[in-house]
Design a binder for this molecule. Structure first.
Ligand SMILES: [Zn+2]
Length: 299
């Protein structure tokens, strides 16, 4: 499932390719993609518009259109947004093609197709069909994302802020990190990797962190996400970047999916447990389980 590094990789790759391009046509091939919005209306509104850029907020992709509107897309479990050469360019003699191979597989899972003025196509493919899109007026973006937590790669992400967000919370750290209203864009993979880097047990109550733990966790979240970005994201299953290529982060996981393998630091076997329904990997020797702190009485 794509998380911040995967979505950011797509945005960074495609923004320079898409900015300034006119969308000749948007075809919504699966009405579930735009639900509850009307697919015909959406395609009529977006067709003919010029793209200003592709950005990201949390795990959302933001396709900014001229006329102060944004097409917001979420990849959910298995969605991909890939730039491909158009039908006319399929002759191999044309040379440069951003998306080699797997074209027929992707075509089967095509949910929406943007045809650009230069003949290339932007494909939203999604085997599991949980991905979605909706159009929003730019002035309403702030309100729409008001409940989304801090962007962890921004200067607003501080140990103090993390502490305020965690104060009094008895939920395990793993589920605290998965909550998009706390830190935006962190999911199952990078939560495990960050907790390992911070040497914190995933079942520690979030409100039990002391200042040194908050410092460590803040730095660990940033380091885990940046490692993911450097590797072009993780492709455990369906994820492909904006060019249709796999990421390499899955080969560099410290603990995630590493059950039974030696901890990179101490050699103890990595353990897998299930927290809030999600597979969670950690080192039982390196990661400290914090005790719940007694609630302060306010009199
Ligand atoms: Zn260890």
């Amino acid at each position: 499932m794509p998380e911040l590094p995967e979505v950011e990789t797509v945005a960074r790759q495609l923004d320079p390719e898409l900015a300034g391009q006119r969308i000749e046509r948007l075809e919504v091939l699966d009405e579930r993609w735009s639900r509850p919005g009307d697919p015909t209306g959406l395609s009529a509104t977006v067709s003919g518009r010029t793209i200003e850029g592709l950005g990201r907020r949390g795990k959302y992709l933001l396709l900014a259109l001229e006329g102060a509107q944004t097409l917001v897309m979420h990849l959910r479990m298995t969605g991909n947004l890939v730039l491909v050469e158009g039908e006319e360019a399929l002759d191999p003699s044309e040379g440069r093609r951003l998306y080699e191979g797997e074209r027929s597989t992707s075509e089967r899972h095509l949910r929406a197709r943007f045809t650009l003025e230069d003949g290339r196509e932007l494909w939203f493919t999604d085997p599991r069909r949980f991905g979605e899109a909706f159009l929003i007026d730019d002035p309403k973006l702030g309100e729409r994302f008001a409940k989304l937590g801090v962007e962890p790669l921004s200067a607003d992400f501080t140990a103090e802020g993390l502490g305020e967000s965690a104060a009094g919370r008895t939920a395990p750290l793993k589920s605290f990190l998965l909550d998009q209203s706390r830190v935006a864009g962190v999911g199952n993979i990078y939560a495990d990797e960050a907790l390992y880097r911070a040497r914190l047990h995933p079942l520690s109550p979030a409100g039990s962190m002391k200042p040194e733990h908050l410092d460590a966790l803040r730095d660990a979240i940033v380091a885990a996400l940046e490692a993911g970005l450097d590797a072009g994201g993780s492709s455990i299953d369906d994820y492909r970047d904006g060019r249709g290529e796999k990421g390499a982060m899955q080969d560099e996981f410290l603990v995630h999916t590493r059950e039974g393998e030696p901890c990179p630091s101490c050699g103890e076997p990595i353990v897998r447990i299930v927290v809030v329904g999600r597979s969670t990997y950690y080192c039982p020797s390196c990661q400290v389980r914090l005790r719940r702190r007694p609630r302060r009485r306010s009199t």
